[in-house]
Write a protein that binds this ligand. Structure first.
Ligand SMILES: [Zn+2]
Ligand SMILES: [Zn+2]
Length: 388
């Protein structure tokens, strides 16, 4: 079978010498997304270790999956992270420290039951304790399940911190189907952002002879198209459409591991979102779910490309920004920065300074260096679309 036709569960544990001259390896041993996946997760874990399993979850994820899982594991303990003052749990040093002091010493395997934040906290703690971890995903909300890094907030700064990928990822289709809808739209937004990630990887290749892998790109794009084709079914909470989003998210995470770089999954759309998030953290206010911002960021970066593409030294991939916006809308996603409470000034600054968020070469890097006047003018025009 061709690698590009392999499904996410078939790619688990796979290694191959690619035509791009690199060897790509998937360290995750197993990916299971199906009905009754709790049974699969329990059987996997009970067969994997005789030692103590430390489950990390929150009250909601304990209720929807954690309770049943822990009752079926041979030897396990749970730590249920509580919200503080009605604010959502955050992947910061305070919560990481809390979990760290509350867990016993003799843990053999960690189990994260939850989505982004629980996965990030568990990844970081297990990695630092030299233990493996398994994740049971409860919402198709972001592409970090299969990733090796965690996005943590340390000293009020959002940082991408080295960690490890889980040994296995499980998700129960019925639990995913019943996830809060804004988590489903977030996952879909993070998936749609891959369009621009790939466009900018090609931009980096054409501008700077950056290494590029057709195989990885095909894997990502096939998964994205499958989600896109079923976008309107998400609102109906169609099980197959929601499973597609979860598969695409796990695959995107996997490709970052296979390629040892985030090129396959993020570009300027992520950099402006990062800029918005930093602003929220600095002001002490909650920022929107990552993928809900990435969807809006993708619409904006498509508008930017539309305004500047004829002035770029290389021809870039054509993406129909209007179609992207309509697809996002049909899935119930937000498509305007106004809906995310982003001010005109913040949007403008994020376009002008978004390139400082990462060393990755994007259209923002090019424009800020080579044609700042054009960037300034384009930023102004984009702001005029959304604000009076
Ligand atoms: Zn390759
Ligand atoms: Zn993302």
């Amino acid at each position: 079978m061709k690698v590009t036709e392999m499904k996410v569960n078939e790619l688990a544990g796979y290694a191959y010498d690619c035509a791009c001259q690199r060897t790509h390896k998937v360290d995750i041993k197993s990916v299971v997304i199906k009905d009754n996946a709790i049974i699969d997760a329990v059987n996997f874990i009970n067969g994997y270790t005789d030692g103590k399993v430390m489950m990390i979850c929150d009250e909601n994820t304990y209720r929807v999956a954690g309770k049943e899982i822990i009752n079926k594991l041979h030897s396990a303990e749970a730590y249920i992270i509580q919200e503080r003052n009605g604010l959502p749990i955050s992947p910061d040093e305070s919560y990481i420290g809390e979990v760290f002091v509350k867990i016993p010493k003799e843990v053999d395997l960690f189990l994260a039951v939850g989505s982004g934040v629980i996965n990030d906290i568990t990844r970081q703690i297990s990695y630092k304790m030299n233990k493996e971890y398994v994740v049971f995903g409860t919402a198709p909300s972001m592409d970090g399940y299969a990733s090796v890094t965690s996005s943590l907030i340390i000293n009020n700064i959002k940082e991408s911190i080295q960690g490890q990928c889980p040994v296995a990822v499980f998700a129960d289709s019925t639990i995913l189907q019943e996830a809060p809808y804004d988590m489903i739209t977030a996952g879909f937004g993070d998936v749609i952002g891959k369009y621009n990630a790939i466009r900018e990887w090609q931009f980096g290749r054409d501008m700077n002879q950056e290494h590029y892998c057709e195989t990885v790109v095909s894997l990502v794009m096939n998964a994205v198209k499958k989600c896109e084709d079923n976008a309107a079914n998400l609102k109906k909470r169609d099980k197959a459409a929601i499973n597609n989003v979860m598969e695409a998210l796990i695959l995107a995470g996997m490709t970052m591991g296979m390629y040892q770089n985030t090129r396959p999954a993020s570009g300027a759309e992520h950099h402006i979102v990062h800029y918005w998030d930093v602003d929220c953290i600095r002001r002490g206010v909650e920022h929107p779910l990552h993928g809900n911002s990435v969807g809006v960021g993708t619409v904006i970066i498509c508008q930017l490309f539309e305004l500047v593409k004829d002035h770029l030294p290389v021809k870039v991939m054509e993406i129909d920004g209007d179609k992207i916006r309509k697809t996002l809308q049909s899935a119930g996603c937000k498509t305007s920065p106004v809906e995310l409470n982003i001010s005109r000034e913040l949007l403008k600054q994020s376009l002008l300074k978004g390139h400082t968020m990462s060393s990755k070469y994007t259209v923002l890097t090019y424009l800020s260096k080579e044609n700042p006047a054009l960037l300034e003018e384009a930023a102004k025009q984009i702001c005029n679309i959304y604000y009076d």
